[in-house]
Design a protein around this ligand. Structure first.
Ligand code: ADP
Ligand code: MG
Length: 405
């Protein structure tokens, strides 16, 4: 979208401070996070916005919805009618999630930022029907949300970055910069959702110095093996991984794959680490061990070592020897075996302090939803939301589409 002169559609002064609901549902397809956030911009145009989290509410997807989403992601064939229905049904579920949040924490919203559910993402162009095409698709009809809640909605954040030559991901780095940049300390933000992503903010960095990329699977492979082996959605607390033995040869073989070796920018999803990857991974594990807990431990180690590898090749060399805060968020924070393995991986790289975003006053489960509240605020004011060094875009662009109530 285009706006003139960077002014907000409803007048810059009028909407300088806004109460915004950020709605996020990630690749884990575990459910919907709603963050209610107050955002205001500093006095000068260069000042970064200031955010205050008012409340966070997590609403799990109904089991049948989650099953359908997982089936549809990356499906070779899907019915057009069913895709359309799911798109509209998700619009209802996002609305209901915000209603739940507002019942618990009554307040008046000025704006909503709704990421939607990624159903397909291919950040790098491939030849299709005679031309190179990159594409991304987030489901969840914003008109439903805007009409039922009577609040304008910004949605569809990724396509503008893709169209500007970026991979459309990751989009959290702006929030990482705004909330965590520090004059004296290097900061690395790690998200452990379905996929792992990392944002690097050197001490005293400007926004243009921020660098980010996906590290590989975080919980996605662990979750899939827990479902297949134990009929569970995830490895609660990491207890299953703690009981298993890591099959080193499997991890090493996986890490030789192109994705892990490739230099950033890079982004991943179920297209890389979904059903097919898990089938191959399990087949390799089973050659060495019949115990499913060993496969869970091995998947957990894959996440930790992929982060270690990313540090060795891309993060460590850029940050040098100064002390670095490594700040983790996302559902994976609750997997204590994963957190322990990551700590051990990074111990070899010098002065790194492993923390969670909660240690900095930002609940780990709320962070991504907060990011989409911030991106909605940017869009409303005609300001860019992508960080070109993170996505690979040629320029900073205004993200998303506005649906008026
Ligand atoms: N108590 C827990 N113990 C271990 N892992 C957990 C726990 N709670 C959540 N998780 C993991 O976190 C994932 C959800 O994290 P989230 O940040 O919402 O990811 P996404 O953004 O991909 O939806 C779950 O799929 C699960 O793997
Ligand atoms: Mg989630």
């Amino acid at each position: 979208m285009k706006t003139s002169g960077g002014l907000g559609l409803r007048g810059e002064t009028q909407s300088r401070t806004m109460t915004i609901a950020g709605i996020m549902s990630g690749t884990s397809a575990d459910g919907i996070d709603v963050a209610l956030v107050r955002i205001r911009r500093g006095s000068s145009r260069d000042d970064v916005p200031r955010l205050r989290l008012l409340a966070h509410v997590a609403v799990p997807y109904p089991a049948a919805v989650r099953k359908r989403i997982l089936q549809m992601m990356n499906a070779r064939e899907a019915s057009v009618a069913e895709m359309s229905r799911l798109h509209w049904r998700l619009g209802q579920l996002y609305t209901e999630a915000v209603e739940t949040a507002l019942r618990q924490h009554p307040m008046r919203l000025d704006l909503i930022g709704c990421h939607g559910q990624t159903i397909y993402h291919q950040g790098i162009a491939q030849c299709y029907l005679g031309s190179d095409v990159a594409c991304t698709w987030q489901m969840g009809e914003a008109s439903v949300v805007a009409a039922r809640l009577g609040v304008p909605v910004v949605s569809d954040f990724r396509p503008a970055d893709l169209a500007a030559g970026g991979q459309g991901a990751p989009l959290v780095p702006l929030l990482d910069y705004v909330a965590f940049h520090d004059a004296k300390r290097n900061r690395v933000l790690q998200n452990l959702g379905g996929i792992g992503n990392l944002t690097m903010i050197p001490a005293d960095a400007r926004q243009r110095d921020v660098f980010a990329f996906d590290t590989g699977p975080a919980n996605m492979v662990i979750d899939a093996i827990m479902t297949e082996g134990f009929g569970k959605k995830y490895d609660a607390g990491g207890t299953m991984a703690a009981r298993g033995r890591v099959l080193d040869a499997v991890v090493e073989r996986c890490l030789r794959q192109r994705f892990f070796q490739a230099a950033p920018p890079k982004s991943a999803g179920r297209e890389e680490f979904g059903r097919e990857f898990v089938a191959g991974f399990l087949a390799q594990c089973r050659k060495q061990s019949k115990r499913p807990e060993d496969a869970v431990a091995t998947a957990t180690a894959l996440t930790a070592r992929s982060i270690g590898l990313a540090w060795k090749h891309f993060v460590g060399p850029a940050l040098g020897h100064a002390t670095t805060d490594y700040i983790v968020a996302g559902g994976g924070v609750k997997n204590l075996t994963l957190m322990k393995m990551i700590g051990e991986e990074l111990a070899g790289f010098g002065k790194i302090r492993v923390k969670t975003s909660d240690d900095f006053g930002m609940p780990a489960a709320a962070k991504e939803a907060m990011a989409f509240a911030l991106l909605a605020y940017q869009t409303w004011h005609g300001l860019p939301g992508n960080v070109p060094r993170a996505t690979g875009a040629k320029r900073a662009v205004i993200l998303g589409k506005i649906t008026h109530d």
